[in-house]
Ligand binder design. Structure first.
Ligand SMILES: C[S@@+](CC[C@H](N)C(=O)[O-])C[C@H]1O[C@@H](n2cnc3c(N)ncnc32)[C@H](O)[C@@H]1O
Length: 606
């Protein structure tokens, strides 16, 4: 993944680099473990003297740092939404209420309840009835003013009617009638009219229900996006993969996937959730922080205005783990200019408790055994990191990153086991030194952060969202104008075991944060199942493919197109057709057949 270092993170690197003399660099170069490397750098006086507050001050975009919720901004959003309602622009109104909900401080319960009520009106008009009901539930639980409740009960009744949940609709009309007694701001006539209408609806509904034999209401519609599934049973050892895949090992190319049986083109051979994944900053207010799906009706974080969640479930997972700690430092991470890879390295820690790692650390170096689970950090720890091929400079650079991440762990409250109550301010960055008496934490978490950075270099994947304009009516949706957009970065421990080929046998795509891997050709039992790390033989010249793979993944590609110098698509003339040898032997040869060839059979000659 592209490493874009801008902002004060770069200045931090420069400050440290400029202050290290040859003796210190030499001492560093002689260190042999990750914990010693981070420990040594953290102990240098330069960390204490390194004050980044000026740089952080410069990249502030106004207001306090980090960005907090703001009632004034929230109220502006609400007013804007109300204006859109008057104009009948329900889509824009929904957008404005969404933004306002994110900005509204949690303690403003009445304001929040009004916002949910307003948003439920927009959702009702946009025919999102289940979502409107969910907002009505939220608004009532937040203590929506009693004199206004008749409005939301009546809206609830009408949504339920559309959903054919008549029993519930009857109760909602009854609640409307009771709530009208408290509707002090409504004129007598209007109140009377609404009461009459509601009573009429009750009569009609009750009659209809008894005629139909009082049928039960249908279940609420759950609109969860479909979950992709592997095509056959899962592999007991590698549960994210299907039984079509197993993992082999070779001294020169490490672990790699092979076909455990014949695989048909089109089979889904792997579906995996990320072990850790991080959304890019620019999608933080449009996509779920936890599962990366787009959120047209977002849930907010109770503390910060920076992220959204698609559901209470995703919100709970995030708040109980990583977001609890990252909430206050997210703007700092984003404005630092550190790469998404750095952020994933941090997330790999914040998503688990301090105790989890303390218990695990003693056994981390042991060989892997048992089922290879996606959420097991041990599997991540053993992914390829090419530690013995690294230069001193490489270690120094990554150790600097690790010390920065260590500082973030420190100021987030993670090392104390609970998120900090107060917003983290610039004062915390007056020094890059870690709080005193944290040597044991630096030894453990410094080592893990540095390991994570090394592992992610070779094993992280970019996560894409397919964005396509809504097809016009009767238009062919296969020929859409869609484009894949890079929205997040993640590490998938089972997918990370697949080696590369410039002519891959599988492709991958994403459903939210889940990666889906499908065969694009028939694969014989025992053959390698390789994915593609970027360069494809059809479009990228061999020399460039090999050089890119060497530079980025540190191996010499010896796949068939590289070995046999297969031509690019653009260089394939129409005078020749090319067939793969079908001798039944494991012959990889390509047989060129001239366009005007009159032979009945063509020999491979290999
Ligand atoms: C994502 S990992 C793949 C799994 C890895 N082989 C393992 O043992 O965990 C990427 C690393 O695998 C190795 N690798 C991937 N494709 C390869 C290939 N075609 N030939 C040799 N080594 C390869 C390289 O060391 C690369 O840095």
């Amino acid at each position: 993944m592209a490493q874009e270092i801008e902002g004060f993170f770069k200045i931090f690197h420069e400050k440290i680099n400029n202050s290290l003399d040859d003796v210190t660099k030499n001492n560093f170069a002689n260190l042999e473990t990750n914990s010693k490397r981070v420990g040594y750098l953290c102990s240098l006086p330069v960390m204490k003297d390194c004050d980044l507050s000026d740089e952080i001050e410069k990249c502030k975009t106004g207001g306090d740092f980090p960005v907090k919720k703001c009632i004034e901004r929230a109220k502006e959003g609400k007013e804007e939404g109300n204006k859109c309602v008057q104009k009948g622009d329900w889509v824009k109104a929904l957008y404005c209420y969404n933004q306002s909900i994110l900005d509204m401080p949690q303690k403003e319960t009445e304001e929040l309840s009004i916002l949910f009520a307003n948003r439920s009106a927009a959702l009702n008009h946009l025919q999102r009835y289940e979502e409107a009901l969910a907002d009505i539930r939220r608004c009532l639980s937040l203590g929506y003013p009693r004199h206004l409740r008749y409005k939301v009960y009546e809206r609830k009744a009408r949504c339920l009617l559309v959903l054919k949940r008549n029993q519930e609709a009857i109760r909602a009309f009854q609640d409307t009638i009771s709530a009208l007694d408290e509707a002090s701001s409504l004129s007598k006539e209007k109140r009377q009219k609404m009461r009459t209408d509601a009573k009429l609806m009750l009569e009609v509904l009750n009659k209809g229900m008894s005629l139909a034999g009082n049928p039960k209401d249908p279940e609420p519609i759950k609109k969860a996006p479909p979950k992709p599934k592997i095509s056959s049973k899962s592999n007991p050892e590698y549960p994210a993969a299907s039984d079509a895949i197993t993992i082999d090992y070779d001294e020169s190319k490490g672990r790699y996937a092979i076909a455990a049986r014949d695989v048909q083109a089109g089979e889904t051979v792997l579906v995996e959730k990320p072990h850790s994944g991080v959304l890019l900053a620019e999608y933080a207010r449009t996509h779920c922080q936890n599962c990366f799906i787009r959120c047209p009706i977002p849930m907010a974080c109770p503390k910060c205005p920076n992220v959204v969640f698609c559901s209470e479930n995703c919100q709970e997972i995030a708040l109980k783990s990583y977001h609890g700690y990252e909430c206050q430092i997210l703007p700092l991470i984003w404005k630092s200019g550190c790469s998404i890879t750095c952020h994933i390295a941090l997330r790999m820690i914040t998503q688990n408790t301090k105790k989890y790692f303390e218990d695990l650390y003693k056994n981390l170096d042991f060989k892997l055994s048992g089922q290879y689970k996606t959420n097991d950090y041990k599997n991540i720890f053993h992914l390829v990191a090419h530690e013995n091929k690294r230069t001193k400079q490489d270690f120094l650079h990554r150790t600097q990153m690790a010390t920065f991440l260590m500082k973030l762990l420190d100021i987030s409250g993670y090392l104390d086991g609970k998120p900090r109550e107060k917003c983290v301010g610039i004062d915390e960055m007056k020094t890059m030194a870690i709080t005193e008496n944290r040597e044991n934490d630096v030894e453990l978490f410094g080592a893990l952060l540095l390991k994570n950075l090394q592992v992610l270099q070779f094993n992280a994947h970019e996560v894409f969202e397919l964005q396509c304009p809504k097809p016009k009516k009767d238009h062919n949706i296969i020929k859409h104008q869609g484009k894949s957009v890079f929205v997040a970065g993640a590490v998938y421990p089972t997918l990370a075991l697949f080696n590369h080929s410039c002519e891959p046998s599988v492709v991958r795509y994403f459903c939210g944060s889940r990666v889906v891997v499908r065969a694009v050709k028939n694969i014989k039992k025992g053959d390698e199942v390789a994915e593609n790390y970027g360069p494809i033989f059809t479009t990228v010249p061999k020399e460039k493919r090999k050089a890119d793979l060497k530079e980025r993944y540190w191996f010499d590609c010896s796949c068939i197109p590289c070995e046999q110098d297969w031509p690019l698509y653009k260089d394939m003339t129409e005078n020749y057709m090319r067939f793969k040898c079908d001798s039944g032997q494991p012959c990889p040869n390509v047989v060129p057949v001239a366009h005007d060839c009159t032979e009945f059979m063509v020999k491979c000659g290999y």
